[in-house]
Design a protein around this ligand. Structure first.
Ligand code: FAD
Length: 495
């Protein structure tokens, strides 16, 4: 069986550690290139900034990224000829606050107005069945444990749904999150808040913990009550399966390669303005502009980009390291950040996995109750061809901050085995059915919305502006995109 690591390279990521920016040995001997605007980082925020520049008629810019493929955490790959995600895999149909995302989806032909109503391209809305849970030895529909649970559990579901609904009605829980401050909810952990409400049911707590690990990389004992509630109050409410919620599930957009589809669409117009394999080492405001030093990882040469403005679309901990004489707001934000590591295991199977026992059929998102992982999505779920064939399961795990070293140190087989351990109960054939494995590791995958993290709107200067989902305090496409777009839109079309 073939296997190995794919995706973001830890060696490239650690170039900064090896060569601290201010004392980089080759400084002063770099070839100089000129452009009007440098965007540092080609994640969703950087790509959104590039789109905003394009829409403003500005094309004198470059986007530099450490990796060879744009997209950051939203990159894609292929295993055994089947496209699959390396990281982010879905985008909920955007709500009213996500204007820029709505606009993008219109540009890409995914959203249009039909008979006075907004509709989304059915080919990319997740087909039914959407989700299922391996609970108590068999698969049930939906992710909330429902089958066979006690009346007292259902009563707690109902109470939680009501609490969420009350918050939803305030209209202050939105994505992107805006400037609303929920100081009281941001001051304590979600687990402490649940305790205060007397919500102690084991199934409810498992479900909420799962949702937080899935969205934020850490569970209810770590994330703030704001984050735990925002997950529901900013979207569909508590799941409609639970009585007491009037929330209807909105659609979810996905692609075989996950949000890699969106990243590719955003990067396509860039052509040679996307400069791959450049580790930004230093960003320095100068008398007449800004100088960006980047290491070409292929040639190991440092090159200097001279520009009049730089949009720093890098994770905050990287930005604090590379921006010379980092401003206080940046240093303070970096000190407050906590990051969750993630691992994504793409398992190529010769045929769809066989289920143990009866129950709900294979869904797009499949989760094992009580599992260490976060379940898997099926890359071929959106295919219209009903004939069973090879597929890829993308299995996710957020092993916690304490496991960061382990995430880098363990061989790929460790993560394959972790996936197989979790999935061989529900799918007894999986080991024999497996033909290839690709593992993607992220040491600092996403900002964890811990109590007190809040969000920040970084000020921009004539020379520098900042855009990255880290500033929102949690990591989703809508936050990264909206922030990047705002940074690009703020620049004047005049040279
Ligand atoms: C495993 C995983 C699953 C996820 N699933 C979802 C999902 O399903 N839906 C969703 O909405 N969100 C998901 N997310 C969140 C995801 O992080 C955001 O959707 C979004 O992609 C973040 O974009 P960004 O631009 O803010 O950051 P990033 O993706 O972090 O982009 C930063 C970019 O900067 C580059 N960079 C870093 N250092 C340097 C340097 N020194 N020089 C040059 N370049 C550098 C990086 O290579 C990267 O391209 C997931 C994240 C992970 C890790």
């Amino acid at each position: 069986m073939q296997g190995g690591f794919a995706g973001a390279s830890a060696d490239r990521g650690h170039l900064l550690r090896a060569a601290p920016a201010p004392t980089f040995p080759q400084r002063g001997r770099e070839p100089v290139r000129r452009t009007r605007i440098v965007i540092a980082g080609a994640g969703i925020a950087g790509l959104a900034a590039a789109r905003a520049l394009r829409l403003r008629g500005i094309d004198d810019f470059v986007v530099l990224d450490l990796e060879d493929q744009p997209g950051g955490n939203s990159r894609a790959t292929e295993v055994g000829g089947i496209a699959c995600p390396l990281g982010a895999h879905y985008l909920p149909v955007p709500g009213d606050a996500a204007h820029d995302v709505q606009d993008l989806l219109e540009e890409l032909g995914l959203r249009r107005r039909v008979a006075g109503r907004w509709t989304y391209d059915e080919r990319h809305l997740v087909h039914s069945p959407q989700e299922r849970l391996y609970f108590d030895g068999h698969w049930q529909d939906g992710l909330l444990p429902l089958e066979g649970v006690r009346a007292s559990t259902l009563a707690q579901y109902r109470r939680f749904a009501q609490a969420v609904e009350a918050l939803r009605q305030t209209g202050t829980f939105t994505i992107p999150r805006g400037t609303n401050v929920h100081a009281a909810l941001d001051a304590l952990t979600f687990s402490a808040w649940l305790g205060q409400q007397g919500l102690d049911d084991a199934h409810l707590r498992w479900f909420l913990d799962y949702c937080c690990r899935d969205d934020y990389g850490m569970g209810i004992a770590t994330v703030s009550a704001w984050a735990g509630l925002h997950y529901f109050a900013a979207r569909h409410g508590f799941l409609p399966e639970a009585e007491g919620s009037d929330g209807e599930r909105e659609g979810t957009l996905t692609w075989p390669e996950g949000n890699g589809w969106l990243a590719r669409a955003l990067a396509a117009p860039l052509e040679q303005r996307f400069v791959r394999g450049r580790a930004v080492l230093r960003i320095e405001e100068t008398r007449d502009g800004v100088a960006v030093d980047a290491l070409d990882v292929a040639t190991q040469q440092v090159e200097r980009w001279q520009a009049s403005h730089c949009i720093v679309a890098l994770p905050v901990f990287v930005a604090a390291r590379v921006v010379a004489e980092a401003p206080d707001f940046l240093k303070q934000r970096a000190q407050r950040m906590r990051y969750a590591p993630w691992v994504v295991v793409n398992l190529h199977l010769r045929e769809p996995p066989r289920d143990s026992g009866h129950g709900a059929q294979l869904a797009w998102d499949n989760v094992v109750y009580g599992g260490a992982g976060l379940g898997y999505v099926v890359a071929t779920h959106q295919r219209l061809d009903p004939r069973p064939g090879p597929t890829v399961l993308s299995w996710y795990i957020a092993p916690g901050e304490a496991a960061r070293i382990e995430v880098l140190a363990k061989p790929w087989q460790h993560w394959r085995d972790a996936a197989l351990k979790e999935l061989s109960g529900p799918h007894p054939d999986i080991v024999h059915n497996l033909s290839q494995v690709q593992v993607a590791r992220y040491g600092h995958a996403m900002a964890v919305p811990v109590p007190g993290a809040g969000n920040a709107r970084p000020p921009s200067s004539q020379r520098l502006s900042f855009a990255h989902s880290d500033w929102a305090g949690y990591s989703v496409f809508e936050e990264a995109f909206t922030m990047g777009h705002a940074a690009g839109r703020a620049l004047s079309p005049r040279a």
